[in-house]
Design a protein around this ligand. Structure first.
Ligand code: SDX
Length: 371
């Protein structure tokens, strides 16, 4: 048995949800460019969960179900308020709150298909509320209740800031949510599938996935990108900054990908959004620094930017705190995690690969007082 480090290139399951073929990304056969330009996040959620785009009635039903489930149990709000909010990362708060939600769901351990679908709706609906509530609580503000007449993108920004967002902000958030919704067998989705393949419950699967997304090699990279842009501070410093990092063999966050070779098809949308939004906010330097980092990095290494690179300046332009970037990734990706969890349950087999053993060969036990 020879191990393949990081399972690179290993095909671990079949899936009908999203595909990456020749660097093209599709959700159930629809090109990501097409969906980003034309769809709403709710249509994409329906597509991922039902493998078809919804009719008007089906879409309305999904929106109603989400709107009816956005409020958090009072116990979850109380726990968010009791957290050491000034010391913890919002991803840790989100991970804990999602696990806690399971305690207040009477169907948490009911494994019937319909019950799992109802849990999917509840989780998709409540995750934006958790992130927004945590953000307000740590600023000493009361959480803002969700509005039933708002879609997810609009509601999220509304609950975060306590005021109705501008149309352009809602459009940008809707596009960002679509672009992050699913991505084949990435690390967090794989984690969710491994977890529920033991026939564990949906809440355990999503809690595990949030833990995997948190790391800086995965979803956590978007926050690190903003940290880097802030450290650089001005365009004239960008080139030297990148060259210095590379000469020290340090990684530049937001570049490289396990699957893509010629480029991540999501990055161009985020780049354009970054250009427009930074211009609108009167802070074009964030886009200019990003472009300079991009140019310098790719002149040294043939690794194009991934989804996390330009999303950083997009979220910054929407006035979002930098440590909320990864939680927003989770608010979107939960749609994909849930699709994969439902698919896993439909055709389940325990996921249990092997390890190539590299430890000592057989040896004799020595009692503790003789060692
Ligand atoms: C996401 O998988 C998905 O689908 C994930 C995702 C999704 O939507 O779910 O697309 C979201 O997680 C995007 C990736 C976010 N992470 C980062 O931006 C962190 C920086 N990037 C890397 O650390 C890296 O590129 C990974 C983690 C994304 C991929 O890692 P791999 O496939 O294990 O590649 P590697 O670390 O083995 O790198 C191969 C080579 C190495 O050089 P050599 O040792 O061969 O000379 O490329 C170099 C690496 O040093 N390299 C980088 C680099 N990324 C790779 N060098 C500098 N900066 C980088 N960012």
């Amino acid at each position: 048995m020879i191990a393949k480090q990081g399972l690179e290139g290993i095909v671990a399951t079949t899936s009908s949800i999203s595909s990456i073929i020749d660097d093209n990304l599709t959700y159930v056969g629809y090109n990501i460019d097409d969906l980003t330009e034309n769809a709403t996040f709710e249509e994409v959620i329906y597509l991922l969960w039902h493998l078809e785009l919804p009719t008007k009635e089906q879409l309305q039903e999904l929106k109603n179900q989400i709107a009816d489930n956005m409020e958090l149990p009072k116990e979850v709000i109380a726990t968010l308020k009791s957290m050491p909010t000034d010391k913890i990362h919002p991803m840790a708060a989100l991970r804990t709150a999602v696990s806690l939600l399971g305690l207040y769901d009477d169907e948490a351990d009911v494994m019937e298909k319909e019950a799992n679908y109802r849990k999917a709706i509840r989780l998709q609906a409540k995750m934006p509320t958790i992130v927004a509530a945590f953000s307000r609580i740590r600023k000493g503000l009361e959480p803002v209740a969700p509005r039933k007449d708002f879609d997810i993108a609009e509601n999220f920004l509304y609950m975060l800031n306590g005021k109705e967002p501008e149309k352009i902000e809602v459009e940008a958030m809707n596009k960002a949510l679509i672009l992050h919704a699913d991505h084949e067998l990435n690390a967090s989705t794989f984690t969710a599938r491994v977890c529920v393949a033991t026939l564990s419950d949906v809440y355990s699967g999503i809690t595990s996935a949030i833990g995997a997304l948190k790391g800086p090699l995965h979803g956590g990279a978007n926050e690190q990108v903003m940290k880097m842009l802030t450290e650089i501070g001005s365009v004239d410093k960008a080139e030297q900054y990148v060259l210095d990092k590379l000469s020290k063999k340090e990684k530049i966050m937001g570049f490289g990908h396990r699957v893509y070779r010629s480029g991540d098809p999501r990055a161009k949308h985020l780049k354009e959004m970054s250009r427009k939004l930074t211009e609108l906010t009167g802070e074009p330097e964030w886009y200019d620094i990003s472009v300079k980092v991009h140019e310098t990095f790719t002149s040294q290494k043939p690794l194009p930017p991934n989804v996390d690179f330009y999303s950083a300046s997009v979220y910054h332009s929407l006035g979002i705190d930098h440590d909320l970037f990864t939680p927003i990734f989770a608010v979107s990706r939960v749609s994909g995690w849930l699709a994969h969890i439902l698919e896993q349950y439909d055709n389940n087999r325990l996921i249990r690969p092997r390890a190539e053993y590299t430890g000592p060969s057989l040896r004799q036990y020595v009692p503790v007082d003789q060692r």
